[in-house]
Design a protein around this ligand. Structure first.
Ligand SMILES: Cc1cc2nc3c(=O)[nH]c(=O)nc-3n(C[C@H](O)[C@H](O)[C@H](O)COP(=O)(O)OP(=O)(O)OC[C@H]3O[C@@H](n4cnc5c(N)ncnc54)[C@H](O)[C@@H]3O)c2cc1C
Length: 413
């Protein structure tokens, strides 16, 4: 529970949600902290995704997904504090909305802000219920941090009202694209315009002929993300979000909501680090104790900062600080936690056999040690966030660039 003093109405809502979870969900086992959501077996990973999706459906049916979203788009029409309370309580139970839940935070506000009335009515309810799941198809082999340089080509066949875009190109690092039934993609529709101007944002049904998804297997042997190839894929022009060639606006809405979402995600690794130190008998070691306290303090500060950003987002206000700052802290915390686990466990923190006897070792190796740098890249790298914070919050001069006003087709690739 947060430190906010609750009104009688809020306390009563908290009791109602708690009672629902007690009846419908499974409490986490505090003496069993080593469960991970990382699956090496592709079938187990697919089942995990399906479970997250169905759990989102259960929550939606009970009124606990999209609590504060407008009722006409499948939401509950409630207050933002209700979402906060529900999320806090949800953290005490094993069921998880996983990737489908996180996409609501990215695509939902984008459809609300840039979508047509038809798109809002068609897509937002199914996004909230998990009936449709979406992957993000932004990055390309030649476009990551400099996303606006993307080159996946789309040519309009027919009129902007009832024609189709024919899409060719490759995307990469697309989380969960092997499981989602839809995606949102950035394509180059005007190569003669400067790089930020000729991009279009489309919704794509992943079962459309010509879409090929190839999972990428990582160092921990799981396949979190994919390469996605587009060969003459026909996407209805009615699926454009915003205007043709003006896709950079919706793309920025996705990226800033993604950063705010990652920043606001409740991360509680301190208890696990303490459990690890206890299990390995090193809680009396003065250096380990000092590092544990350093980590705990850093995690708590990040949590409080994240809560302030989330509250502002839920009230529809500008965050009181740059959300990128909290994401930077989150990636630093993840590094600190992985480093400390390495100090406690040594090389064992990087080698494990899933389902092996040592559950703690599997957890740290699979989820935390080998994966500790992913958050410093996904959703914007630390270096680029620092550039952005410097420019946006500190008023430093913009990073020098040579290609902002040049036609995209003339930029050296
Ligand atoms: C866990 C995870 C999930 C992801 N999920 C998705 C997804 O679902 N969909 C999707 O489209 N993409 C996804 N990505 C991709 C992610 O958005 C890119 O990896 C990221 O934008 C960086 O791009 P890049 O990998 O091409 O690296 P590059 O942009 O090539 O960067 C390489 C290095 O150069 C540095 N650098 C680049 N530009 C600058 C600069 N101007 N100033 C200083 N340093 C700079 C970077 O910080 C980095 O260290 C995911 C990535 C991760 C790790």
């Amino acid at each position: 529970m947060s430190d906010i003093v609750e009104t009688a109405e809020q306390a009563s809502y908290r009791a109602e949600v708690r009672a629902w979870y007690d009846t419908n969900a499974t409490p986490k086992k505090p003496d069993h902290p080593w469960a991970t959501n990382i699956h090496i077996d592709p079938n187990a990973a697919a089942r995990h995704f399906e479970n997250s999706k169905s759990w989102l459906g259960v929550l939606h049916a009970a009124g606990y997904s999209g609590i504060a979203w407008p009722a006409e788009y499948g939401g509950g029409g409630g207050e933002s504090w209700m979402t906060r309370i529900e999320r806090e309580i949800a953290g005490d139970y094993q069921e998880w909305t996983g990737f489908p839940g996180s996409t609501i935070a990215m695509l939902g506000p984008t459809l609300m802000r840039h979508g047509t009335e038809e798109q809002k009515k068609e897509f937002i309810p199914t996004l909230l219920s998990g009936e449709r799941t979406f992957c993000q198809l932004f990055s390309e082999p030649g476009a990551g941090s400099d996303l606006a340089s993307l080159g996946t080509k789309a040519v309009l066949d027919g009129s902007p009202d009832d024609g189709e875009f024919v899409v060719n190109g490759q995307k990469v690092w697309n989380s969960s694209a092997q499981y989602t039934d839809w995606g949102f993609i950035l394509v180059r529709t005007d190569p003669d315009a400067p790089k930020h101007k000729g991009i279009t944002f489309l919704l794509v049904d992943m079962s459309t002929p010509g879409v090929e998804v190839r999972p990428l297997v990582q160092i921990n042997r799981s396949a979190h993300f994919n390469e996605v190839f587009f060969n003459d894929v026909r996407i209805p022009a009615a699926n454009v979000v915003g205007e043709i060639n003006e896709g950079w606006g919706p793309a920025r809405t996705v990226l800033s909501n993604e950063s705010a979402f990652i920043a606001g995600t409740r991360i509680s690794t301190a208890d696990k680090l303490r459990a690890l130190a206890t299990e390995r008998g090193v809680t009396g070691d003065p250096v380990i104790r000092q590092e544990l306290v350093r980590y705990l303090a850093s995690e708590r500060i990040s949590g409080w900062m994240g809560e302030q950003v989330q509250q502002a987002v839920r009230r529809g206000e500008m965050p009181p600080m740059d959300p990128g700052l909290i994401k930077l802290r989150a990636s630093n915390n993840k590094r600190l936690a992985g480093d400390l686990a390495m100090t406690i466990m040594g090389a064992a923190a990087t080698a494990s056999e899933p389902g092996g006897a040592d559950a703690a070792q599997t957890f740290w190796a699979q989820a935390e040690s080998m994966g500790r740098y992913s958050i410093s890249i996904g959703g914007g790298t630390d270096q680029v966030l620092k550039n952005n914070i410097g420019e946006r919050s500190l008023g430093l001069p913009r990073e020098p660039g040579y290609d902002k006003n040049q036609a995209w087709k003339d930029i050296p690739k």
